[in-house]
Design a protein around this ligand. Structure first.
Ligand SMILES: [Zn+2]
Length: 151
């Protein structure tokens, strides 16, 4: 049986296809032999074909800004996870292993962020915040379990 499948190679790539609309403009410009623009300041890049920025300062600024944005995003997620973790550990310490979800939410627990989730067949999912596991039953009660990490 003849297949329409063609392996992906440089030769059969259609750069104008929708697939490439989100591609790195640098590579599209190279392929189309267009003037390359500096992604940092927008100036036309002169010189070697593999040059990506108009200057060293633009290259540094671009990477620094990207790193700062990544670190900011990571800090936001870490802050939520840390706050959730502190609340779970406090509840366990006080002996509150089972608590209404509404009460957790009232303490600013963020249910959208967790480190892992298990979805056992026909059972309620189990969420993890590092070493704490919690499950929300059909009555809206959250059951928290601490898993001690061996050193
Ligand atoms: Zn530049």
């Amino acid at each position: 049986m003849k297949s329409d499948f063609r392996p992906f190679s440089r030769e059969n790539v259609n750069l104008h296809s929708e697939f490439f609309l989100g591609a790195d403009p640098y590579y599209l410009c190279l392929k189309k032999k267009m003037a390359r623009l500096c992604p940092q300041c927008g100036a036309v890049i002169h010189g070697r074909s593999d040059k990506r920025f108009c200057s060293d300062s633009c290259r540094c600024d671009y990477h620094n800004e990207r790193r700062r944005a990544q670190e900011k995003e990571l800090r936001q997620v870490n802050r939520i996870l840390a706050a959730n973790w502190r609340l779970l550990s406090q509840l366990i310490r006080l002996g509150h292993k089972d608590i209404p979800a509404a009460e957790l939410a009232a303490h600013d627990f963020n249910f959208e962020v967790y480190t892992a989730a298990q979805r056992p067949f026909l059972r309620q999912p189990v969420y993890w915040c590092y070493n704490y596991a919690y499950m929300i039953d059909r009555k809206g009660m959250v059951h928290i379990r601490q898993h001690r990490v061996a050193e």
